[in-house]
Design a protein around this ligand. Structure first.
Ligand code: DAK
Length: 260
C-alpha cells in the first residue's frame, strides 16, 4: 500500500513508518491521520511485522504538531471530529498488538508529542524538542496529551508543560521520563532498530501479552491488575513458545520462537 504522506519500509520483523510532510515539519493534517490509522490497521495484522518504528522525515522534526493551517478555520463540530480522529489514531497505535517505538528526530510538539506518547518507547535524538504548546494557540491538547502525558511523567510536570506551553530539550525529556534514552542524531535510527531487533528475538506472543498487561493493567486497581496479569501469564502456557523458551533454557541453547 502506498500513501501520500507516509513512507513505510520493511525489513525482517520490522516496519518503519516515516511521516513525510517535511515542508510542514511533518504536521498532522486529516489525510496524514487517516493514512496513519490505515497503516496501523495493516501493520497490526501483518504476520511478518513484529515491531514498528515511527519517525519523521528530514532532520528537523518528528512531528511539529497537528496542522495549524488546517485547524485554524474549523468550527466547533469540525474541531471535535478532528480531535476524535486524532484520538482514534493514538488509540490504534497504543493498542497495536506489536511494540511501537518512536524515534524522535527533532520537534515533537502538540500532536507530535501526543503521537510519541501513544508509542510504547521513545528514543530521542540530541536535537529533539518536546512540548505541548497548544495554549500558545488558544487551545488545549486535543489528541490525548492532557491524559497520557500526566500518566507518563506525573501530574505536576504535565501541568507545567501544558499550562506554560514550554518546549523542553531531549535531556530534560529523559530526566522526567518522557524519553527512554537520548542518542546522537546520526545514531537514532540505528539505536531504534537495535532495540527492535532485541524485541524481535523474544517470544512474539509473550511480547504482545506483556504490552497488553502493562497497558491495560495500568487502568485497573492493583488487585485487579495483578489478577489480569495472572490470566495473561496463564495464557502464555498455552503457547508453543513457552514450551520452547523454557526447554531451550534447560537444554542450554538459544530458543527458536515461532510466535505460536
Ligand atoms: N502546522 C502547520 N505547519 C507547520 C506547523 C504546524 N504545527 N509547524 C511548522 N509548520 C510549517 C511552518 O508554517 C513553515 O511553513 P512555511 O512558512 O515554510 O510554509 C514550516 O513548517 C517550517 O516552520 P518554521 O519556519 O516555523 O520553522 P522554525 O524552525 O522557524 O520553527 C517550530 C520550528 C517547530 C518551532 C515552529 O514551526 C513552530 O512553533 N511550529 C508550531 C508548533 C506548534 O505550535 N505545534 C502545536 C500545534 S497545535 C484539537 C485537536 C488537536 C490539537 C488541539 C486541539 N481539538 C480539535 C480540540 C492539537 C494541537 C496541536 O498540535
Amino acid at each position: 500500500m502506498t500513501y501520500d504522506n507516509l513512507l513505510v519500509d520493511y525489513s525482517p520483523g520490522l516496519a518503519i513508518v516515516t511521516i513525510n510532510r517535511p515542508k510542514a515539519l511533518n504536521a498532522l493534517n486529516q489525510q496524514t491521520l487517516i493514512e496513519l490509522e490505515s497503516a496501523f490497521c495493516s501493520l497490526a495484522e501483518a504476520p511478518d511485522v513484529q515491531v514498528v518504528i515511527i519517525t519523521g522525515s528530514g532532520e528537523k522534526a518528528f512531528v511539529a504538531g497537528a496542522d495549524i493551517a488546517a485547524m485554524q478555520p474549523l468550527n466547533a463540530l469540525e474541531a471535535r471530529q478532528f480531535a476524535k480522529l486524532g484520538h482514534q489514531v493514538m488509540h490504534k497505535i497504543e493498542g497495536c498488538p506489536k511494540p511501537v517505538i518512536a524515534a524522535v528526530n527533532g520537534f515533537a510538539l502538540g500532536g507530535g508529542c501526543e503521537l510519541a506518547l501513544g508509542c510504547d518507547i521513545r528514543i530521542a535524538s540530541e536535537n529533539a524538542r518536546f512540548g505541548q504548546p497548544e495554549v500558545n494557540l488558544g487551545v488545549i491538547p486535543g489528541f490525548g496529551g492532557t491524559q497520557r502525558l500526566a500518566r507518563l511523567v506525573g501530574k505536576g510536570r504535565a501541568m507545567e508543560l501544558i499550562m506554560t506551553g514550554t518546549m523542553i530539550d531531549a535531556d530534560e525529556a529523559y530526566r522526567i521520563g518522557l524519553a527512554n534514552r537520548v542518542v546522537a542524531a546520526e545514531q537514532l535510527l540505528e539505536t531504534a532498530k537495535k532495540l527492535a531487533e532485541t524485541i524481535i528475538s523474544k517470544g512474539p506472543y509473550a511480547v504482545k501479552l506483556a504490552k497488553q498487561a502493562v497497558h491495560n493493567g495500568l487502568e485497573l486497581d492493583l488487585d485487579r491488575a495483578n489478577q489480569y496479569e495472572a490470566e495473561l501469564f496463564g495464557l502464555c502456557f498455552a503457547t508453543k513458545d513457552q514450551k520452547e523458551g523454557m526447554q531451550a533454557f534447560l537444554d542450554k541453547r538459544p530458543a527458536q520462537f515461532e510466535g505460536e
